[in-house]
Design a protein around this ligand. Structure first.
Ligand SMILES: O=CC(=O)O
Length: 328
């Protein structure tokens, strides 16, 4: 790289051609020369040699061996978002390329979406909205009573930083909070939010009125919730998923919802995304689905870009990286 020249960053975004939003581009341009996928595809050897970093912005691309082989000077892939289940960490690391994520930016907005889904499902907000918008529906609230979140039992599966933020919020609703996690949190953390540890996930499933999934998607959590687990839940319970769609066996979920094995589900994530238009989950009145919007806020998008920039700069300058993700 010539002196004074900014390091080149390839931007992978939804559609692969638009680059990032204007104000984020301005932020990135202070430190990097940006290359959109459109420019990249039309181009030449010389440009590929300059690319030192990939910024994955609001998309889940497949980064394959072929792409990595074509970028001889790539040092880091900076993912905006915390989940890196779409990246083959071992393969990427075999090229000497580092991977980073943005755990701080995502925690609050994702916890907010968890709470929003729980409240919306409990109080049947979407159905209520349809009734209010429809000119000829007769309004009899008794026909579609909701349930209360206040003082109910919330079971959080996955007590990392997002799960913990959910617990903090749930405490304000006087909820009884149970959690299941690979590792038990420190006593002080538990006490601060009044959370009780369930070593066995089954105990949490049996006792909770609301079960919220906040785990990373890994081989161990793939289809963590299937027919057996749904069968353990109360028939009055609601399942909320803000992690990844594949954490639930979706066929089993459809069956459980159709047969009222559980009361309802509220999902910000599905498998695949979006669901095919004829998917049975889209035709159930006891389901709310949002299109993976846990971090879709003005603030989060900016904070994720800032975190990614700090990660890229550290990686390119051989400094300690704030949020590096290592292959297991
Ligand atoms: O899904 C959102 C994230 O991984 O941060």
């Amino acid at each position: 790289m010539a002196e004074g020249e900014l390091p080149s960053v390839l931007i992978l975004d939804i559609g692969g051609t638009h680059g990032v939003l204007e104000d984020l581009a301005a932020l990135l341009k202070k430190h990097f020369h940006l290359i959109t996928m459109k420019e990249f595809l039309g181009n030449k050897e010389e440009m590929r040699k300059k690319i030192q970093s990939i910024f994955v912005f609001e998309c889940r691309p497949t980064i394959d061996r072929e792409l990595l082989e074509s970028l001889p000077n790539l040092k880091v892939i900076a993912n905006s978002g915390v989940g890196v289940d779409h990246l083959d960490l071992k393969m990427i690391s075999s090229f000497g390329v580092k991977v980073t994520n943005t755990p701080h930016a995502v925690a609050d907005p994702t916890a907010d979406i968890g709470m929003a889904l729980m409240l919306a499902s409990a109080r049947r907000l979407v159905e209520g909205c349809h009734i209010a918008l429809s000119p000829d529906t007769k309004y009899f609230a008794v026909d579609w009573l909701g349930v209360e979140v206040t003082r109910a039992t919330l079971g959080i599966i996955g007590m990392g930083s997002i799960g913990y933020k959910v617990a903090q919020r749930a405490r304000a609703f006087n909820m009884r909070i149970l959690y299941h996690n690979r590792n038990r949190r420190r006593k002080e953390d538990e006490e601060a939010v009044g959370a009780h540890y369930c070593a066995k996930m089954e105990d949490l499933l049996q006792q909770s009125d609301f079960v919220m999934l906040v785990v990373n998607l890994t081989p161990e959590t793939h289809k963590l919730i299937g027919k057996k687990e749904l069968g353990l839940m109360k028939p009055t319970a609601t399942l909320i998923n803000i992690s990844r769609g594949a954490v639930i066996d979706q066929d089993a979920l459809v069956e459980a919802l159709q047969n009222k094995v559980i009361r309802a589900a509220a999902l910000d994530v599905t498998y695949p995304e979006p669901l095919p238009r004829d998917h049975p989950l889209l035709n159930l009145s006891n389901v709310i689905i949002t299109p993976h919007i846990g971090t879709a806020t003005v603030q989060a998008i900016r904070m994720m870009a800032e975190e990614a920039i700090a990660n890229m700069l550290a990686a390119l300058n051989d400094q300690p990286i704030p949020s590096e993700v290592f292959p297991k």
